[in-house]
Design a protein around this ligand. Structure first.
Ligand code: SF4
Length: 452
C-alpha cells in the first residue's frame, strides 16, 4: 500500500484498553507499524514507538492512561528518541488536555485519524509534538493490513460509529455517526481472511442491526442490510464460524433471527445488551425498548435457535435507580436466564448526558446492589453450565488456558471448554462436557483433531 518505511528495524509496543473495537483498531495500528518496517516488542526499554490505545468507556480510563504516562515519563527522559502515542477514544475526547498534562507525549491521534499514524509519527520527528483529532475520515482502519494475534480467527469491522444516543455512553461523541462499509469490501476482506486460513470471523459494529441503513442501494430505499450480510459472510468458503457483536434490542428484526437460524456457519450465540430491567431506567438511559419487549425477543430467538447461548450487559446504579428499579433488574435477569453477563457499576463519564443527571446513587448502594446481581447471575450461569454436563460439542481450540495445563477451546454457543490434551490452536475437535463452573466447562476430547 505504499507506506513510508519509518525507522527500519525499530520496535513498537502497543497497550490496548477497552472493547473489541479498540482491540481491532490496535491490530490495524500494529499492521501499519509493521508495514512501516517495525517489529513488536514487550520491552518498554527496547521500544522506539509506544502506543497507548485508550478507552473512554470503561471505569478509571483517565487514571489508567495518566498512570501509564507517568511511568513512561522517565523512560522518555532516558531515551528522547522514543515516540509516545496516545490513540483511541480518550484521545478523541480529551484532545489537547493530554499533552497539557503529559507534555512528553509526542502524538495524540483520535479514532478517525488512526489510519494516518505513520505520517504523524514522521511529522512529529521533524516538527515535535502534534495532535490529529479530525472529526471524520473515509478510510476505515480495517483497510490496513492488520497484525492479528490469532491466525485462525479475526474481527471484521462492518459499521464503526453509532447513531443512537444512550445517555451513559460516550461512543457517539468519540466515534461519530455510523458509517457502514460497502458489502463488497466486507466480503472481499472475509474472503481474503479465509484464504489466509482464518476459520472464524466476528463482525463488529456498535449497533450491527442498523448496518446498511446509511448506505444508498440504487433502486431501493435505505434499509438495514444486516441479515443479508450475515447470509453472504456465512457463505464464504472456508469460514466455519461467524459471530457478531453487538445488536441493539430496539433495532432487532425477525429477518436477523431467520438469517441466523438458516445460515449454518452463523454461531448459536447472541450478545444482547439489556442494560436494565426497569422501564423507568431504560427510558432515562434513552434505550428505546422496554423490558417486556426485550424478553419477548429473547423468547423468539430461543424458539428459532434452540440451545443458543445468550450473554448481556447490565448497568447497576444508573442515576435515579431506586430499589424498586433494581428489583426489576433482578427479576428480568431471573426471567432471561443469561448464560453470562458483563455487569457494570454505573459511574459518570464526563461528556455524557447522564453524568449531569440528578439522583446519582451513592457508591456504597451501587456496590451492595452490584454484589446481589453478581450473586444471582453467578448462580444462573452455574445452573446453565451444569445443564451442559454430558453434552457433546464441536469446539475450536484457542490456545493454552490462563491457569494450569488445560487447553482452552470454545463451543459455537460461546462457552469456554477446558480440555486436557495438547491440541493445536485453530483445530476443531469434538468434546464431551464432564464438569461445569459458572464461567467455563471442563471436557474430554472425543475425536482426533482435524487440522483446519
Ligand atoms: S447503542 Fe448506545 S451504548 Fe451502544 S454504542 Fe450506541 S450510544 Fe453507545
Amino acid at each position: 500500500m505504499g507506506y513510508p518505511r519509518w525507522r527500519m528495524e525499530s520496535r513498537y509496543l502497543i497497550r490496548t484498553f477497552g472493547c473489541q473495537m479498540n482491540e481491532h483498531d490496535s491490530e490495524g495500528v500494529a499492521g501499519m507499524l509493521r508495514a512501516g518496517g517495525m517489529t513488536p516488542t514487550d520491552d518498554v526499554g527496547k521500544a522506539r514507538v509506544i502506543v497507548l490505545n485508550t478507552c473512554a468507556i470503561r471505569e478509571n480510563a483517565d487514571n489508567k492512561l495518566y498512570g501509564n504516562l507517568g511511568h513512561l515519563k522517565p523512560v522518555k527522559e532516558a531515551n528522547p528518541h522514543l515516540r509516545i502515542v496516545v490513540a483511541g477514544c480518550l484521545a478523541q475526547k480529551d484532545q489537547g488536555r493530554i499533552q497539557e498534562r503529559a507534555p512528553w507525549v509526542d502524538v495524540v491521534v483520535g479514532t478517525h485519524a488512526l489510519p494516518h499514524l505513520l505520517e504523524l509519527l514522521r511529522l512529529s520527528e521533524e516538527e515535535g509534538p502534534l495532535m490529529d483529532v479530525r472529526e471524520h475520515t473515509e478510510v476505515f482502519p480495517s483497510a490496513f493490513p492488520p497484525a492479528r494475534d490469532d491466525a485462525f480467527r479475526a474481527w471484521v469491522s462492518i459499521a464503526p460509529g453509532c447513531d443512537n444516543s444512550c445517555t451513559f455512553c460516550i461512543v457517539p461523541l468519540v466515534r461519530g455517526p455510523q458509517r457502514s462499509r460497502p458489502v463488497g469490501d466486507i466480503l472481499a476482506e472475509v474472503q481474503g481472511l479465509a484464504r489466509d486460513g482464518v476459520v472464524e470471523v466476528t463482525l463488529l459494529g456498535q449497533n450491527v442491526n442498523t448496518y446498511g441503513r446509511d448506505v444508498s442501494v440504487p433502486g431501493s430505499p435505505r434499509r438495514p442490510l444486516f441479515a443479508e450480510l450475515l447470509r453472504q459472510v456465512g457463505a464464504v468458503d472456508g469460514i466455519r464460524r461467524v459471530r457478531f457483536t453487538s445488536p441493539h434490542p430496539h433495532d432487532f428484526t425477525p429477518d436477523v433471527i431467520e438469517a441466523m437460524a438458516v445460515t449454518p456457519s452463523v454461531c448459536e450465540h447472541i450478545h444482547f445488551p439489556l442494560q436494565s430491567g426497569s422501564d423507568a431506567v431504560l427510558k432515562a438511559m434513552n434505550r428505546s425498548y422496554r423490558r417486556d419487549r426485550y424478553l419477548a425477543w429473547l423468547d423468539r430467538i430461543r424458539e428459532a435457535i434452540p440451545g443458543i447461548g445468550v450473554s448481556t450487559d447490565l448497568i447497576v446504579g444508573f442515576p435515579g435507580e431506586t430499589e424498586r428499579d433494581f428489583l426489576d433488574t433482578l427479576d428480568a435477569t431471573r426471567h432471561a436466564r443469561f448464560d453470562s453477563a458483563y455487569l457494570f457499576q454505573y459511574s459518570p463519564r464526563p461528556g455524557t448526558r447522564a453524568a449531569a443527571f440528578p439522583g446519582q446513587v451513592p457508591k456504597e448502594v451501587v456496590q451492595e446492589r452490584f454484589d446481589r446481581l453478581v450473586g444471582l447471575q453467578e448462580s444462573i450461569s452455574l445452573d446453565n453450565a451444569r445443564a451442559q454436563i454430558g453434552e457433546e460439542f464441536e469446539v475450536l481450540v484457542e490456545g493454552e488456558g490462563k491457569k494450569g495445563p488445560a487447553i482452552r477451546s470454545r463451543t459455537r454457543t460461546n462457552r469456554i471448554v477446558h480440555l486436557p490434551d495438547p491440541l493445536e490452536p485453530g483445530t476443531f475437535v469434538r468434546a464431551r462436557v464432564m464438569a461445569a463452573a459458572p464461567h467455563h466447562l471442563t471436557g474430554e476430547t472425543l475425536r482426533a483433531p482435524a487440522a483446519v
